[in-house]
Ligand binder design. Sequence first.
Ligand code: FES
Length: 377
Amino acid sequence: MTKRGLRSRLGTMSKMVESFRVGRTIPRNLYGRDEPDQTVSLVTDALDKWFALLDDGDYDPSFAAPPVVRTHAATLISREVLCADEEVVKLTFAAVDGSALPAWAPGMHLDFYLPSGRRRQYSLCGEPDADTYSIAVRLVRDGGGGSPEMHTLQIGDEVAIRGPRNGFPFVPSEHAVFVAGGIGITAIISMVRRARECGMDWHLVYCGRTRESMPFLDEIESWEPDCVTIRTDDVDGMPSSMDLLGNAVSGGSVYVCGPPPMIDLVRASFDSLSATHLHFERFSPPPVKNGREFEVQLVDSGDIITVGSEETALHAIRRLKPDIAYSCQQGFCGTCRVRVLSGTPQHRENRLTAEEQRHEMLICVSRSEGERIVLDL
Ligand code: FES
C-alpha cells in the first residue's frame, strides 16, 4: 500500500474512533472528566503517532477533534403520568435548537440543572435510538426538592442537561438477572429491552410497594411471562434473597437498582451464588461505614454542627442550611464540593484530583480526620 493509501485508510479509522469520542457512542466518564474512555484515547493517540511518523508536513491531528459539547439546552416536549398513584411522570426532552442529542446506552444517566439551581441525576429510560431523552421521576415530598421541581415542569420549559454518563454499564452476555426496586426500574428497563433484542437468557424481578406505585407495568407485563416476576410488598411481603436472586445461573450477571436495603441484601447474598458478575446502582445515599463523630464549623455564621458517626456531613449541615447544593449524594457528581479552611478532610471519593483534595472536600461522603473541620459555608 502506498503512503497516501495507508494514510487515507488510517484517516477513516481515526474519524470512526473520533466519532465515538465526540459523544455519539461513548459518553463522558462517570466523574465528568474529559477522557471518555481510556481504550479509545489509547487508540486515537496511537493513530496520531502513526500519522506523525507518516507525516509529510501538513497533518494536523486536531482535524478529527471538534469541540465536545457536553451541556445541552433541552426543552420538555412530553409529559406522561406513568402509574396509578400519579406520583411518577415520564418526561421527554429534545434539544432546544432541534439538533441531535448524543446517543446513549442502557444504564446511562443525565445530570439536570434545574431552574432553581438544583442539580439532579436521572436514568435514561426511553428508546436509545430516539433523538430525545426520556426519564421517569417519582415525586418525593420529603426529599431535597428536586423531584417536586421536576414534576412542576411544563411542556416548553427549558432545562440544561449534561451527559449522558455511564455509571451503570450494561454488557450483553449469555444470561442475566435484573432486579429492580421501585423507581430503580428506570435504570433497569432499557437493559431488559436490550437483553430481549439480543436474544439473551434473562429474568427480571420487579418489586414495589403496591401495583399502583409501579411504573412501566403495562409494558413489562406484555413481555415473556416466564421471564418476569412482579412482587408487591402489600401482597407478597418483603422479598428474600432467594426471591430476588433465585434465577441467577452459574457464570451469569446480576444487575440491581433499588433502595439501599435491597442492594445490601443482594450484595450480602451474592457470594453464595454461582453468578459471577454483580452490577448495582443506588438511587439514594449509601450507609456511612466506619464513621466517627466530628464537628463542622461554618465560617460565615460560626455555627458548629455535630456530624454523627452514621450520618454524612451533608446530612448534618442540611439541618441548618436546607438549601445547600447537592445531587448524587454518592461522591461522583461534584455538586457538594466545599472549600476546607481548616482541618484535614478524610476523602472518601475518587472525583476530586489530588490537588483539589488539598483544599476541597465532597461533604456528601467525605469526613474529617480530626475533631473539627472548618468549611467555607
Ligand atoms: S452530591 Fe454529588 S458528589 Fe456530593
